[in-house]
Design a protein around this ligand. Sequence first.
Ligand code: F6P
Length: 360
Amino acid sequence: MSRKRIGVLTSGGDCPGLNAVLRGIYCASEQLGWEVLGFRDGYEGMLADGGDTMVLNRENTAGIMQEGGTILGTTNRGHFTSKIAGGDKASISEEVITKASKTCRDLDLSAIIAIGGDGSMSTALQLYRVGFPMIGVPKTIDNDLEATAMTFGFDSAVACVTDALDRLHTTAASHKRAIVVQVMGRHAGWIALWGGIAGGADVILIPEIPFKLEKIAEAVQRRDQAGYKSTLIVVAEGARTHHGQQFRKQSTSGEWRLGGVGEMLAQEIEARTGKETRVCVLGHLQRGGDPTTLDRILGMSFGVKAVQLAREEKFGTMVSYQNYEVLDVPIADAVHRLKKVPPTSQLVETARAVGVSFGD
Ligand code: F6P
């Protein structure tokens, strides 16, 4: 009998911990005597004739757990895009499904593990519903995927924000300035909230709590009057004014690129308070670099669990982290409804209790 073979792909924006998942998948499969084929550049790798693939082996998975990015490559554009914005979806064309299906049949894959966020899980669900043996592994630095308490990549992004704030405190204090730090978070403010609290931010602005410019200016002035001469403001890229205005750059393949809220805030704070204000956009720094210890552990554990699910032929399920355990849920439970920060959650209240303003 021929050796069992499974496929794996990394899809959507990259994040630290993807390689740890790949290593977990390879090592657990090796124990079972299975072969692992990685598709290059996410689902797109299914469209080349015969598939654009690489065999995962000891050599190419050795020492990758501690490296950011993904050895398979990824994309958040292309033929399989199934997300327009939070909650909206688009269908993959028949032609693309037929081509991908032929590739997977020709490669004799008994399971396909898709590692990705909301859009990639939505694609996995569509493929599962037309017969692909899909298993999902949740990934996003934004931590906004439903049905899992945490995704890997989030902790590394928060560590990046915390480190940036530690550095910005000293320069802001020396110059008696306000500094606005714009972080990622399209629909959910988890990175801004966790990073802001850990890094001692004075104002935290998240998409779930609309802000008023006058409240932010008041917070800056209050600190000055209390004798603190500098103020750090952390803002999620998707934060909105109380009029509902969001700051967008352009639309590519349906999804808006966000940007500009930090610059707008810096100008408004300076105009309203007279305080010299600077802006620092952390951008893709939050997605790059080595995964933290937690993200390595989560990544490796998620990879091993995905192989167990493949062994049990539990297709249509997604690995899920709940109460310190790695379990599984139907992929359908995770998509098309994002996990947002509850505005009255304990962590928001904790921040308010130590004097953090949310601009409301
Ligand atoms: O969804 C993850 C994310 O990091 C968002 O926070 C951000 O808006 C987006 O990806 C950026 O994507 P791109 O790599 O296309 O700039």
